[in-house]
Design a protein around this ligand. Structure first.
Ligand SMILES: Cc1cc2nc3c(=O)[nH]c(=O)nc-3n(C[C@H](O)[C@H](O)[C@H](O)COP(=O)(O)O)c2cc1C
Length: 196
């Protein structure tokens, strides 16, 4: 009788184990890109690392491909010199040559564009990047790090360069807060419906 009881117990336990689907762990469920989004590209420019930090946080959550926008000629390391150059580039609508290209931009559905606020708008290398490819029909999610000026004119300027793209709500964070931005980044990704 005892043997029959234990056999019954084992069979019941096995049946329960097989019929209950593996529970998705909450963090995994929360960070899963919503269905329908096929391919994500996270493209960013970063001079001193803040925007790179946010790009990596986004990448950790949504996956996809990550691409650093880099100029052939690096910017000067000296802060005053880079500010002077950025102002000149903005005034002359200069578009510096970029070091590398994205393989097949056509294959991406959602493109994150990350940049530091430079002189109240996007840095010149981001201008080059947005001008080099056809973003028609793509969904663009802008994110920005800044020194207090937030997004300023950057999103308006992106929409001028990509008039046939859908722009999602943008994300902005002070450069000094990027190391602890994970929950704000996750919240933004949920708000724009990239994650559930
Ligand atoms: C050339 C230059 C221009 C900048 N202009 C602005 C500005 O107009 N408004 C602002 O809030 N921050 C400005 N900043 C500060 C940066 O936006 C901020 O430090 C940002 O987090 C840097 O990001 P990164 O480390 O990815 O380069 C500027 C910084 C540089 C180097």
């Amino acid at each position: 009788m005892k043997k029959i009881n234990s056999a019954l117990l084992i069979t019941t336990a096995l049946l329960v184990f097989i019929s209950v689907p593996a529970k998705i762990n909450f963090a995994e469920e929360e960070t899963m890109p919503i269905s329908g989004i096929k391919k994500i590209l996270i493209a960013y420019f970063s001079y001193s690392g803040n925007t790179r930090e946010i790009a990596n946080q986004i990448h950790k959550i949504v996956g996809g491909d990550i691409f650093e926008i880099q100029t052939v000629t690096p910017y000067p390391k000296n802060y005053d010199a880079v500010v002077k150059q950025a102002k000149q580039e903005l005034a002359s609508d200069y578009k510096p040559a970029l070091k590398t290209k994205v393989g097949n931009i056509k294959s991406y559905d959602v493109i994150f564009i990350g940049y530091p606020n430079w002189c109240s708008t996007i840095p010149a290398p981001v201008k080059t990047f947005l001008s080099e490819y056809d973003f028609s029909g793509k969904t663009i999610a802008p994110f920005c790090t800044h020194g207090g000026g937030s997004l300023a004119r950057s999103v308006t300027d992106i929409s001028k360069l990509c008039p046939k793209s859908t722009l999602l709500d943008s994300f902005a964070i002070p450069g000094s807060d990027v190391k602890t931005a994970q929950s704000e980044v996750s919240e933004w990704l949920r708000r724009i419906k990239i994650t559930k």
